[in-house]
Design a binder for this molecule. Structure first.
Ligand code: ADP
Length: 265
């Protein structure tokens, strides 16, 4: 069993007697430690691109450069600025998810339309990351909708698709599948043929800033917050996030919505 930390206070109360007050502060201390870690992580994530950016500014100010050199420095600077933008956007998304009540179950999210939009965006992202679009198949087996927030669900689904694109080599394929199970649940799965993930990493993937390979994630524009966002959205929609992976073969990320949230479209 876990050790329990108690804060103990002696309170004098009347006629020389003392009252012993104790409180379990384990959870409080853990929350505080997590908050400190998070602030340290965010600072580090911002400092790295900022340092690089400041270095390029200095280069532009001090070195005599020809036009093409100047352009390539400006491109590198723009990449660092985009990196900071993505980070701040993901941080805002996370804080909104943590600080607002779960979406009401009254809005119906048209998954067919959502996936159509994702298909276009996947094509664009894939071309941007790999210089040409990957083979990404979208298979919508059942025209069922789910109740919840369209923007949150879009963000969760596209984070999974975005990861599949970024971690799967250009010539390998990706499959996105939406269907209703025999039990009436709605299942969205994103299956890739990328490097896969070793089992020991899987339980930690949804932690903020947890990455299996830091440099690879950053190179492809990852903030380290994507799966934390997916996990939050899933929780807020009473959905499960399942992660299956075979190292060397690929990974499948599945969002499973309870039957009570699935409606005919
Ligand atoms: P990141 O921005 O780094 O991709 P995520 O929270 O989306 O952050 O993912 C956390 C980590 O999980 C990634 O850094 C990567 O190591 C691993 N990961 C996520 N999706 C995949 C995938 N489809 N294939 C292989 N590894 C993945």
């Amino acid at each position: 069993s876990k050790p329990v930390r108690l804060s103990v206070h002696l309170h004098p109360y009347g006629e020389g007697r003392n009252l012993l007050l104790s409180r379990d502060i384990t959870a409080l201390e853990q929350a505080e430690a997590m908050r400190r870690d998070f602030v340290a992580n965010v600072s580090h994530e911002i400092r790295t691109p900022l340092t690089v950016l400041a270095g390029f500014v200095e280069t532009l100010q001090t070195l005599p450069l020809d036009e093409s050199e100047r352009q390539s420095y400006l491109n590198l600077m723009s990449q660092q600025a985009s990196r900071m933008q993505s980070l701040v956007n993901d941080l805002l998304t996370l804080s909104r998810l943590e600080g607002s009540p779960a979406p009401s179950g009254s809005d119906l999210v048209d998954m067919v339309q959502l996936l159509q939009q994702c298909k276009q965006e996947a094509h664009n992202l894939s071309s941007l990351v790999w210089g040409k679009p990957q083979d990404i198949q979208f298979l919508v087996s059942d025209a069922v909708a789910v109740t919840g927030s369209p923007s949150e669900l879009h963000s969760a689904v596209f984070n999974l698709i975005g990861n599949a694109i970024r971690y799967t080599p250009a010539d390998k394929s990706i499959r996105v599948h939406w269907h209703k199970t025999a039990e009436g649940e709605g299942e969205l799965s994103v299956q890739d043929t990328g490097p896969g993930i070793a089992p020991e990493h899987i339980p930690r993937l949804t932690e903020r800033f947890y990455r299996v390979d830091r440099s690879r994630s950053r190179d492809t524009g990852g903030t380290g917050l994507g799966l934390a966002i997916v996990k939050h959205v899933a929780q807020r929609h009473g959905a499960e996030l399942l992660i299956e992976s075979i190292p060397g073969r690929g990974s499948t990320f599945t969002l499973r919505f309870r039957a009570a949230r699935v409606r005919p479209q």
